[in-house]
Write a protein that binds this ligand. Structure first.
Ligand SMILES: [Zn+2]
Length: 60
């Protein structure tokens, strides 16, 4: 499967407080789900072992 993307590759960020996952270039300052200033973990993974979902199941 070949996919051309001209956009900036977005990362997946997971809220440490509520587990909400958001796809963005940079993590938001405030979580759109729990509306707190949480820490966001980068759970981006495009490896075959993650089934190319973009999220590492071990992290996300
Ligand atoms: Zn949250």
């Amino acid at each position: 499967m070949t996919e051309k993307q001209a956009e900036i590759p977005k990362n997946f960020w997971k809220c440490s407080a509520c587990g909400y996952t958001i796809q963005a270039v940079e993590p938001p300052e405030e979580c759109p789900s729990c509306h707190k200033k949480c820490e966001f973990s980068d759970v981006t993974c495009y490896a075959p072992e993650c089934n190319f979902t973009g999220v590492d199941p071990r992290l996300g």
